[in-house]
Structure formats: structure tokens, C-alpha cells
Design a protein. Structure first.
Length: 243
């Protein structure tokens, strides 16, 4: 996303009714969102992966794959697993379907015919939550990156000293010393690599460690195509400060 589009929150509409899809897209654009539409439920996952919307408005009843099947597919894919979903359904009095969608983890559920003002309010509500999640994610990423800068500054001198001592030992010509020196050099490079990755994270992903403890999943945190925030807690607001 470039230019003015870059800062807009994004909505993906998935519905097999082309006229309704057009009207929904036009409305959302007038409300200031960046919009994409998809008629074919089978293409919803690919569209969501490419577009990375902040909200998916998903028709519950569609051919090929119904909305609940699409929802399951989105949840099974790591890059779309945390996308908020608002279901639309033409079966307004079918309480079972409403419960089904909400129990699956949908953020909201609306019935057709859609009232534009109600839809605007519901989208705005969920976008507000999504925007706060973005802010929390950015802060957590910033904390990790600042920590990496601190580690780089604090540990680098120590690593250089260790590397120098290992090199001096290797120069003595003892094969065993040279082997140990090579091992030290390898470990020093690995430490530098970890710090470099910490400075390159794009999201915060936590994984289980010991007991209830969780730790940063570094490899998944540096992936480019991934959910914005996964398994990370919200960070309280704090005043800006220089890096």
C-alpha cells in the first residue's frame, strides 16, 4: 500500500451478490476505508492473504464454500488467523446460525437487509479496536527493537573481547585450541545474528516456554506476511521518547 492508501484501515467484503457487494464497497469507501471485494468464496483466503484487511465482512450463505467454511480456512492460515470477521446473513431469524458464527470466534453478526448506518457504526467500532491493536503491536515491536539496540551496544564490546582472546589462543598453534577458538567464533556470530533479527521484527509472536512462561518466537516474528499481532499483550500508552 502506497501513498494516501497506506494509513487507511482496510475492509474486505466477501459476498456472492454482485450488486450488494458493489454497494457495500462504495459505502465503505465513502467512510474512508480502503476496500476490496470478492464474489467467489473460494478466493477469499488468497484475497485476504494479499490484502491483509483489518476487517472481513463475510456473507454466511454462499455457493461453493459458505461463510462458516471460509471462516475456518482463514483461522487455519497463520497469516489470516487473527483477522476480525463480521458475518452477514439473510436468515435473520435463524438464531442457531448467529450462535454458530459467534461461537466460531466471529467478532460480530448482522442480518440482511443491511442498514447502512448500523453497518457503518459496527465497522467503526471494530476498526477502533483494530487500530488500538495496531498501536499496541507497534509499541511492542519498538520495545523489542530498542532492547536489541541496547544489547548490541552493551554486548558488542564483550563479544569482541571474547573473540580476540579466542583468536590469540588459536595463534598458539595447538589444534585443540584452534578448534575451541573456531567454536567461540561461531557462537559469537550466532549472538550477533540473534541481535540483528531482534532489530528486524515485523510483529510480536509469543510461544510456550516452560510452564506458564512464554517467550518471543523470533523466526515467526520476522516473517513479512503475517498477522499484525499474535499472542502478545497490549502495551499501556506511554509518552513518545527519542530512540
Amino acid at each position: 500500500m502506497e501513498g494516501a492508501q497506506a494509513d487507511k484501515l482496510r475492509v474486505l467484503f466477501v459476498d456472492d451478490d454482485s450488486e450488494l457487494l458493489r454497494l457495500l464497497a462504495e459505502l465503505a469507501e465513502t467512510w474512508g476505508y480502503e476496500v476490496r471485494s470478492q464474489l467467489d468464496s473460494r478466493q477469499a483466503l488468497a484475497e485476504a492473504i494479499e490484502f491483509q484487511p483489518d476487517l472481513v465482512v463475510l456473507d454466511a450463505m454462499m455457493p461453493y464454500m459458505d461463510g462458516y467454511q471460509v471462516f475456518d480456512v482463514l483461522r487455519q492460515e497463520p497469516r489470516t488467523a487473527d483477522l476480525p470477521v463480521l458475518f452477514l446473513s439473510g436468515t435473520g431469524h435463524d438464531v442457531k446460525n448467529r450462535i454458530r458464527g459467534l461461537e466460531k470466534g466471529a467478532w460480530d453478526y448482522m442480518t440482511k437487509p443491511v442498514d447502512p448506518e448500523e453497518l457503518r457504526a459496527r465497522i467503526a467500532h471494530h476498526m477502533g479496536q483494530r487500530a488500538r491493536t495496531r498501536v499496541a503491536a507497534d509499541r511492542e515491536i519498538d520495545v523489542v527493537r530498542r532492547t536489541a539496540v541496547f544489547l548490541n551496544h552493551s554486548i558488542n564490546n564483550l563479544l569482541c573481547t571474547i573473540q580476540l582472546a579466542a583468536d590469540l589462543s588459536a595463534d598458539e598453534g595447538d589444534p585443540a585450541q584452534q578448534k575451541r577458538a573456531a567454536m567461540v567464533a561461531k557462537n559469537v556470530r550466532q549472538i550477533h545474528d540473534v541481535i540483528s533479527k531482534l532489530r528486524s521484527i515485523k510483529r510480536v509472536v509469543l510461544t510456550s516456554y516452560v510452564g506458564d512462561e512464554r517467550m518471543l518466537d523470533l523466526e515467526r516474528s520476522i516473517e513479512s506476511e503475517a498477522p499484525l499481532l499474535e499472542g502478545a499483550s497490549e502495551v499501556p500508552e506511554a509518552p513518545d521518547e527519542d530512540a
